[in-house]
Design a protein around this ligand. Structure first.
Ligand code: ADP
Length: 378
């Protein structure tokens, strides 16, 4: 939206008018006070002179005449002074107005560009304005532009990522369906099972995406309550113990009963631990070992899931919590992994006042994920 400013509504016009008003009021006051006091003061000055020179002014008329010409001179001098003051103040008002309206016009221009979607636009803050209110305003508009630019970048990135993630299962489904239509693929129970698996994968991906958007927008309602760490570990482990045994992985659990309770939403805390355990199960080849340890850590309780699996490089560690990040895409996809699990887990942990950390000595050296949750205060 472009604002059309008239002389009366523009800041420069207002400055000019206000300066003129100040000069007018000043001159009027000066004249009123001068002409109210000048005759009396002049008479008082004249009296001692007349006493010293008794014959100097013989008539009242002469005395009036002198007073009149004094006031006339005074008025002429004041008129010239008033004109000089008006011109000077107009020049000053123009100078001040330019220095204020210039940056304001620039800010308006840039804000309009930003609202039109040009998020890379920034206001150049002149050194002279850096510390004043105009500088502060320019800095906060620039900060707003940075946030908008980042949000837009992330929005586009998410759309791209989601499209990319959906393309593979949809292409697989389409391939099977075309094969069936052309009679190249036999409609055997295995084919239907394959189609069913792909559809399930798509469904899980969409569910994960919805969960991720809710977790990142902090829209998941958490019912935080004191809960025993041991209970959380047990609830997460119980449904998975069979799979660990089946894969030939040794499970070691250390969750002492005397640990202080944590404040957490039990279902969500179990969801995070399950995610860490499922990952340990996926990424640890047999024979291997997975260790689950709960311990006290200052004001928190730490749940550490350590495996002897494939491990992670420092580069991989830096990206592991990013959405859709998978070290080995095809391998992870074969497990049904979408690379969103850890992103959701970290969002949930943070929403409960906790955190998730990861360390690994490198490829083939196993990895260790730690979930921390705040300890309940007695
Ligand atoms: P996914 O569903 O693909 O497993 P996650 O967000 O849970 O998604 O994990 C992201 C990626 O982090 C995985 O694809 C895998 O490459 C890596 N990862 C997660 N846990 C482990 C682990 N315990 N050991 C090695 N790599 C892991």
């Amino acid at each position: 939206m472009r604002w059309r400013l008239s002389f009366k509504t523009s800041l420069g016009g207002k400055f000019l008018l206000s300066y003129l008003l100040i000069v007018l009021v000043g001159v009027a006051t000066l004249l009123a006070v001068t002409f109210a006091l000048a005759p009396t003061l002049f008479q008082a000055q004249l009296a001692p002179i007349l006493q010293r020179h008794p014959g100097a002014l013989t008539t009242a008329e002469a005395s009036q005449h002198i007073l009149g010409s004094f006031l006339g001179t005074l008025l002429s001098a004041l008129a010239v002074a008033a004109i000089a003051a008006t011109v000077t103040s107009l020049a000053i008002s123009l100078f001040v107005a330019r220095r204020i309206t210039g940056p304001l016009q620039q800010m308006t221009r840039v804000s309009e560009r930003i609202s039109a979607g040009h998020y890379a636009e920034r206001i150049e803050v002149a050194p002279v304005h850096r510390a004043d209110e105009l500088g502060q305003l320019a800095s906060s508009i620039n900060a707003l532009a940075v946030v908008l630019e980042e949000t837009e970048r992330r929005r586009l990135e998410v759309i791209g990522d989601v499209a990319h993630e959906l393309r593979t299962p949809i292409a697989t489904l389409q391939g099977y369906l075309e094969g069936l239509l052309d009679g190249v693929i036999e409609p055997t129970p295995q084919t239907w099972a394959m189609l069913h698996t792909e559809a399930g994968r798509l469904r899980r991906l969409v569910d994960d995406l919805q969960e991720l958007s809710r977790a990142e927008a902090r829209q998941i309602t958490l019912s935080a309550q004191p809960v025993a760490p041991q209970r959380l570990v047990q609830s997460a482990l119980e449904p998975l113990e069979g799979q660990f045994a089946e894969k030939g992985l040794e499970l070691q659990i250390h969750a002492p009963e005397n640990l202080p309770p944590v404040v957490a939403d039990p279902a969500r805390a179990v969801q995070i631990l399950t995610n860490l355990l499922v990952n340990a199960l996926r990424y640890t080849p047999a024979p291997g070992r997975v260790e689950v340890v709960a311990s006290r850590e200052e004001d928190m309780v730490a749940f550490r899931v350590t495996d002897t699996g494939v491990g992670l490089t420092p580069e991989q560690l830096a990206h592991i919590f990013e959405r859709f990040y998978r070290v080995d895409k095809s391998r992870s996809r074969a497990f049904g992994g979408s690379g969103i699990g850890l992103t959701i887990a970290r969002s949930l942990a943070q929403a409960m006042g906790g955190e998730i950390r990861v360390v690994s000595a490198g490829l083939g050296q196993g990895s260790s994920f730690t979930l921390t949750l705040p300890r309940a205060h007695e």
